[in-house]
Structures are given as structure tokens and as C-alpha cells.
Design a protein around this ligand. Structure first.
Ligand code: C5P
Ligand code: MG
Length: 210
């Protein structure tokens, strides 16, 4: 393990989630390529450290399932491995954050572009630190091909596009690295091995370990 503007949702009285209307909350972000285990590890982190888990991808898939008016747009983006607009993604995240009533979160799959990061900076979400799950393309593709989660985007054509899109996260990681907020985790280890390294990162943030 190594240590290393967009406008807030507007015109959204129903969700009422802009920076001025929400008290500060804190988040640990889990980033990494498709198949690196972001959601799996985030679930374990939530259990272990009592944080509330939110997965950007899961939120979008739930929106598609709900058949909301945005579901066609979201479905097309997911099928092409592309990102939905950042203000839209942020609004959904803030909606779930508010709905939970919690203060401390582990969020996976966000912010994964500079545009996502700019949208995040307009919110009341403070970044505690970032876990960068490092995993080679070969291992990730092997995992994605075998995981059978019933996801439409776990097909090789979309997987290739998702990897291309993943590159937009690198400047985000650089920004966080500059602030000393990134922990690089070897995500090719076993699930338990990865969790062990993640726990070491948490020991440096005692108030999150309660
Ligand atoms: O993180 P996960 O692999 O579950 O994301 C699935 C898809 O959801 C991504 O390939 C992308 O199309 C969409 N997504 C997005 N913006 C994010 C996170 C995910 O558009 N911040
Ligand atoms: Mg996931």
C-alpha cells in the first residue's frame, strides 16, 4: 500500500440537495478499473467500519430498473461504457445520501472524471481519502468474464469501452494524490488480502474506525 466547475444541482426543489441545503458529510471514495472489486470491497468496508455504502453504478442500474424518464439515456451510456452527465450523477448521489440520513459514506465508482470531480466540489461532500484499487487489465477481464452478475455490460465489447473510459479517472487520482489523499491498494490479491490492506489505510484515520 502506498500513500500517495460544475454547478450544484439547480432547480431541484424536490430533491433539495444543493450545497446550501445539506450539512457536510464525509466520504471515502473507492476507484479502480472495471473488475477491480470496488463494490465488493466497499460492502466489506461498510460492514467493518459502519459506513453507509453507495455505488454509483448500482444507483444508475436501479434508475434503469425503475423505468424513470432517464432510464433510456442511462441504459445507452452503460451499454457504451460511457459516463452519464456529472450533474445528473451527482444529483442521484446526493438524493441517496440525504435519504440515508447518515453522515459517513463509502462511495464506489465516483468521481471518475474531472467533470465528476468538479461536480463533487460543488457539493457538501468532503473527501476523507481515496482507495485506488490497482488491478491489471488481464486480471480484471478474467474476473468480469467469470462473475455472472447478470450485468448487460459484462460483455467483451462493452468491457473494452469501459476500460477506455476508465482512463478519465487518472487526472482525478492525480489531484487527490497531490493532496496526499490516495492509498494505492493491490487489488489482485484475494478478497481478504485486499481488505487487510484497506484496513491499514483506515488505521491512519482513527475517527473513521469507530
Ligand atoms: O462502477 P460500475 O462498473 O458499476 O459502473 C457501471 C457504469 O455506470 C459505467 O460503465 C458507466 O456507464 C456508468 N457510470 C457513470 N458515472 C459514474 C459511475 C458509473 O456514468 N460515476
Ligand atoms: Mg461495482
Amino acid at each position: 500500500m502506498e500513500k500517495g466547475k460544475h454547478v450544484a444541482p439547480t432547480d431541484d426543489k424536490e430533491m433539495n440537495v444543493g450545497v446550501s441545503t445539506m450539512n457536510k458529510v464525509s466520504a471515502i471514495f473507492v476507484l479502480g478499473p472495471p473488475g477491480s472489486g470496488k463494490s465488493t470491497q466497499s460492502r466489506l468496508i461498510a460492514e467493518q467500519f459502519g459506513l453507509f455504502h453507495i455505488s454509483a453504478g448500482d444507483i444508475l442500474r436501479a434508475e434503469v430498473e425503475s423505468g424513470s424518464e432517464d432510464s433510456i439515456m442511462i441504459k445507452a451510456k452503460i451499454a457504451n461504457g460511457k459516463l452519464v452527465p456529472s450533474d445528473f450523477m451527482t444529483r442521484l448521489l446526493l438524493r441517496d445520501i440525504q435519504k440515508s440520513g447518515k453522515k459517513k459514506f463509502v462511495i464506489d465508482g465516483f468521481p471518475r472524471s474531472m467533470d465528476n470531480l468538479n461536480a463533487l466540489s460543488s457539493t457538501a461532500i468532503e473527501t476523507e481519502f481515496v482507495l485506488h484499487l490497482v488491478c491489471s487489465k488481464e486480471v480484471a477481464i478474467e474476473r468480469l468474464s467469470n462473475r455472472n452478475e447478470g450485468r448487460d455490460d459484462d460483455n467483451i465489447k462493452t468491457i473494452v469501452k469501459r476500460f477506455e473510459c476508465f482512463e478519465s479517472v487518472f487526472p482525478v487520482l492525480e489531484c487527490y494524490e497531490f493532496k496526499g489523499k490516495v492509498y494505492k491498494i493491490d487489488a489482485e490479491k484475494s478478497k481478504e488480502g485486499v481488505m487487510q490492506d484497506i484496513k491499514s489505510a483506515f488505521t491512519m484515520h482513527p475517527r473513521l474506525c469507530s
